[in-house]
Design a protein around this ligand. Structure first.
Ligand SMILES: N[C@@H](CCC(=O)N[C@@H](CS)C(=O)NCC(=O)O)C(=O)O
Length: 239
């Protein structure tokens, strides 16, 4: 039976975490409403949706209310990876994660590699001027986990939804000078991506960017650059 409870997604279009959830909602063809939040100047009522005060979060179920007046009767869910699992559970027919336990484990391992070896390094490099070596090593681990062609477990899955919002921004931001990089590190990263070292990873990102769910949630490179240039944490600052 199709899942029909109302869903409101609280999001910020620059946020790769929030894009994970938007992609999943598109992939499962959910009927949902979007409400944009500035996570750095959030309204007081938003704490009632996300006690962490972060995007993404969703409300689901409950009466039909405006997004900025969330009902106490709706369920509030947050944290992007558990939200992906939630959509796997409530929209099984969308096949965001195959039923085969081996493929499920492989998809989760791919996400775990990203979370354990890439994400924190990426944040440090992008926002805090830190050296890039750890990030490059993490990206090599991620690339090594990819099959020769196709997506992380060959078919499209939550594994790809979890990492593509970050990898696509990584490449775009580097090309357009967005990020508070250490200068030497920025050059190292650019050189690494310009050559063959990450050829498979770049091909993977390119293919994922063709998904309609990616396109509608990313909007366009120009749009992401324009909003990225307005996020204070992403601007270059003196070391
Ligand atoms: N672990 C969270 C991270 C979400 C997150 O850090 N979101 C950022 C935007 S990219 C945010 O809302 N930051 C506001 C803050 O930390 O106050 C998830 O996976 O959903």
């Amino acid at each position: 039976m199709p899942f029909t409870d109302r869903i409101t997604l609280y999001t910020a279009h620059f946020s790769p975490y929030a894009q994970r959830v938007r992609i999943a909602l598109e992939e499962v063809h959910a009927d949902y409403v979007i409400h944009e939040i500035d996570p750095h100047h959030q309204p007081d009522w938003y704490r009632g949706v996300s006690p962490l005060g972060k995007v993404p979060a969703i409300t689901f179920g409950g009466p039909d209310v405006p997004p900025d007046e969330p009902s106490p009767e709706s369920v509030k869910l947050f944290e992007s990876l558990p939200l992906l699992e939630f959509f796997v559970d409530v929209f099984p027919e969308a096949n965001l994660l195959p039923t085969d336990p081996i493929l499920r484990a492989k998809a989760r391992a791919f996400i775990a590699i990203y979370e354990s070896y890439v994400n924190a390094h990426y944040k440090d490099v992008l926002l805090f001027h830190k050296p890039v070596d750890g990030l490059l090593q993490g990206l090599e681990k991620l690339q090594a986990a990819l099959p020769p062609t196709g997506f992380a477990i060959e078919q499209w899955s939550t594994a790809d939804i979890a990492v593509i919002p970050f990898l696509s921004r990584m490449l775009l931001y580097l090309d357009t000078g967005i990020g508070n990089y250490d200068e030497e590190g920025e050059k190292k990263l650019k050189d690494a991506f310009a050559g063959e070292r990450f050829a498979r990873l770049k091909q993977y990102v390119q293919e994922a960017r063709e998904r309609p769910s990616f396109k509608v949630s990313f909007v366009s490179d120009e749009y992401q650059v324009a909003i990225g240039r307005k996020v204070p944490a992403l601007q270059r600052r003196p070391a």
